[in-house]
Design a protein around this ligand. Structure first.
Ligand code: URA
Ligand code: SF4
Length: 270
């Protein structure tokens, strides 16, 4: 059961790994970040100026650790959320504005897993509130699934991006294998607490994080998979952003129809 005590990440029950907190690599203080201090890019992290040839996403690759070191023992959702808010297990904490943790009821029967927060999620601090979220909402409604009753999260909890050519837009960058490995303990902890009966993986990043690198969404989409060890039923489908990226109205309509059909399959197992 969840403990009421707030447990700091440095638990005596864990191996004495060198914690990122203790490494002294952080620029200035987390307090400055928590107090809402912003740099010129509008990010909350007071990061030092990067060498000019590098971008926020490439600069600190060597810092890859694992969120497992930050997951409290016997966690509750609030404890996980609290700990994840200060996670520094990989360099993405300097890239995104904030940790965007999963949201939903503690005992939700259904969990949706996306890739990582996008631009709007990063600003709002909530998963799937941007364009992909609106498409997900439409598909949920179509399938008769109430968003308030499901748990919605991502494989990676920080937004990874690069400046567009004109410098105005923050362009989404796919998380790499090291970042996914670093962050996935948060997802595993969410699964352990919520214990959903049905998990829906939105896109290859989520599907492969849950089911292995060899998993092919194109081949397996919309199938109710059992015996995965993740939940009674796992259903993988495409990421809603792939529907939004369809090159013409006709393929967009088809992609949306197929996405909605996959969610209707999921609804049958709820
Ligand atoms: N895409 C995702 O994978 N997750 C979000 O939260 C938003 C967009
Ligand atoms: Fe921690 Fe995940 Fe953010 Fe990396 S992306 S700092 S592992 S929460």
């Amino acid at each position: 059961m969840a403990t009421r005590r707030s447990r700091p990440s440095a638990s005596s029950a864990r191996p004495a790994v060198a914690r990122p907190r203790a490494e002294g690599r952080r620029p200035r203080s987390t307090e400055a970040r928590a107090s809402g201090e912003r740099d010129g890019l509008g990010r909350a992290a007071p990061a030092p100026a990067p060498p000019s040839a590098e971008t926020p996403s490439t600069r600190l690759r060597e810092e890859a650790g694992t969120a497992a070191d930050w997951v409290p023992p016997r966690p509750s959702l609030p404890a996980l959320r609290r700990q994840a808010a200060g996670c520094r297990a990989c360099h993405l904490w300097r890239v995104g504005t904030r940790t965007v943790f999963g949201e939903g009821p503690r005992r939700a029967a259904v969990m949706f897993v996306g890739e990582q927060p996008g631009d709007q999620e990063d600003k709002a601090g909530h998963p799937f509130v941007g364009p992909s979220g609106r498409l997900l909402d439409a598909a949920l409604q179509d399938a008769g699934i109430d968003r308030d009753e499901v748990y919605i999260t991502n494989t990676v909890k920080h937004f990874k991006w690069e400046r567009g050519e004109k410098g105005a837009r923050r362009i989404h960058k796919k998380p790499n294998a090291g970042e996914i490995t670093a962050c996935v303990p948060w997802l595993h902890a969410e699964l352990a607490v919520v214990q959903p009966r049905v998990v829906i993986a939105l896109g290859a990043t989520a599907a492969q994080a849950l089911l292995g690198k060899a998993f092919k969404v194109t081949k397996e989409r919309g199938k109710a998979l059992r015996g995965t060890g993740v939940a009674d039923v796992v259903i993988a489908t495409v990421h809603p952003s792939s529907v939004l990226r369809a090159p013409d109205p006709e393929s967009r309509a088809r992609a949306e129809k197929e996405f909605k059909a996959d969610l209707r399959v999921a609804a049958k197992h709820v």
